[in-house]
Design a protein around this ligand. Structure first.
Ligand code: SAH
Length: 372
């Protein structure tokens, strides 16, 4: 049932915290002429946030109100496709939202932890040419409930393995959808019980958003998709750099580190002959060192709309060694999900074999990035 049909347009079950659920229950009680003691709120909250059960299946609640409750608290996500990769350690979903938009979510199991990578927008307006989501363009913001429900679905799938970490590194730019993303962070922390030190918001570098993040009472980790440490190249790779150039970005990052004490990391997709030269490593080290940032090096994953290729393992090793030699702190990220197009930058809303996002013509970048 759509949100509109319930009279609570646009909201879904995980848009509500405990107080919100109390309001929903009060309305349902009114409509059904049932009297609902306050412990019913606890049962509903417990069922949704601790036991991860759909409201309609909550047998602790009176049968008479369950259909009304289910209508007032619709699910936001319908599974369209589910792919399993890395011998079962990576699961990717394509979820359909109530308006038909498609988003992707990835669950990754590691020895010591399980991490969910969530989307915050359907598509993305940031237009980074090497990213499959950037190539498809912007569709719409996700609601808080749509973001939180991705984590719930992943935890249900994970079963006994607890989802300990959430990274806002799926489709979309979290800081361009700040309020809903932040409400999701609070819901994950306050209601689902995830530790703030295990929540990481990733951004292309929207400076005002980073400053807002720095001022929040709840300190989360910040990841910045850097990819270049000189403005000329970064203007090309990450177009938002034209508005928020590297110096302003560094200041905002420093503020985040100072006020939150949380870990700052830089993502760097290594692109052959574009940003994987030793001079790029030197610039990166000089940029990251004063900020105490950890650098995650990711050999560029292939996407349909980008003509360049990822760096060879030898060049990745040489680059990492150069960053370290210059006092930087870099590790090569173990790529997950490439076999199911679930790796960094490969998320795009189309269905395996039947999609059309890959057909979108993306003009090859000008200047340095032209291959050959
Ligand atoms: N918009 C936010 C959240 C997305 S995170 C951000 O950019 O930080 C997705 C990460 O994958 C980003 O670091 C992005 O730069 C990186 N990425 C995009 N395309 C990639 C590709 N083809 N190969 C490797 N990493 C890529």
């Amino acid at each position: 049932m759509s949100g509109a049909a319930t009279g609570i347009a646009g909201t879904s079950r995980y848009d509500h915290d405990r107080d919100g659920l109390a309001d929903v229950l009060a309305r349902v009680a009114d409509r059904t002429g049932t009297s609902l003691p306050s412990y019913r709120v606890d049962q509903l909250w417990q069922g949704m946030y601790r036991d991860l059960v759909a409201p309609e299946d909550l047998t602790t609640l009176p049968k008479a109100i369950r259909p009304e409750l289910a209508a007032a608290l619709p699910a936001a996500l319908v599974e369209d496709t589910r792919s399993v990769g890395d011998a079962g350690q990576t699961v990717k979903w394509l979820f359909r939202l109530s308006d038909g938009s498609l988003v992707e979510t990835v669950l990754m199991h590691y020895d010591q932890r399980s991490t969910v990578c969530v989307s915050t927008q359907a598509g993305c307006a940031m237009a980074c040419g090497f990213c499959a989501t950037g190539q498809m363009g912007f569709d719409r913001h996700l609601t808080t409930g749509e973001i939180v429900e991705q984590v719930v679905r992943a935890q249900v799938e994970a079963g006994d393995r607890r989802v300990s970490n959430v990274v806002f590194m799926g489709m979309g730019e979290p800081l361009a959808n700040y309020d809903r993303t932040w409400a999701a962070v609070q819901r994950l922390h306050g209601d689902l019980g995830l530790s703030a030190r295990h929540l990481t918001v990733s951004t292309v570098g929207i400076v005002p958003g980073i400053r807002r993040l720095a001022a929040e009472a709840l300190p989360v980790n910040l990841a910045v998709s850097l990819h270049a440490a000189d403005d000329e190249l970064r203007d090309e790779l990450v177009p938002i750099n034209r508005r928020y150039p590297l110096e302003a970005l560094a200041e905002a990052c420093a503020e985040h580190v100072a006020t939150t004490g949380r870990r700052l990391s830089f993502e760097w997709a290594l692109i052959h002959d574009v940003n994987d030269r030793l001079q790029d490593a030197a610039r990166l080290a000089d940029y990251a060192r004063p900020l105490g940032a950890h650098v995650n090096l990711i050999p560029l994953n292939p996407t349909p709309g980008w003509p360049t290729r990822g760096s060879s393992p030898e060049r990745v090793r040489a680059f990492a060694a150069e960053v370290s030699a210059r006092g930087g702190n870099a590790t090569v990220r173990r790529t997950r999900g490439t076999d199911i197009d679930a790796a960094c930058g490969q998320l795009r809303a189309d269905r395996a074999g039947g999609g059309n996002a890959g057909a979108v013509a993306v003009a090859p970048p000008r200047g340095k990035l032209r291959p050959g």
